[in-house]
Unconditional design. Sequence first.
Length: 84
Amino acid sequence: MAKANSAFMKPMTLSADLEAVVGKGPMPRSEVVKGLWAYIKEHGLQDAKNKRNINADEKLKKIFGGKGVVSMFEMTKLVSGHLS
């Protein structure tokens, strides 16, 4: 069985903007990503034509640096700035 990446599972401190979307921290990066996807699906923010894009609402714009549309790959990079 593969060894879990302990850095990926380490609880991180979340910014207030990120906590408003995924809940109170600290939590591991994997849980943050799960929470973001749950929020995106719950609010129908995944682009209908290009499923790789997320259409940000006001809460997500705060996390995404004011951007209205980001790719799922760019999202992980932008979220990193809200973890410490």
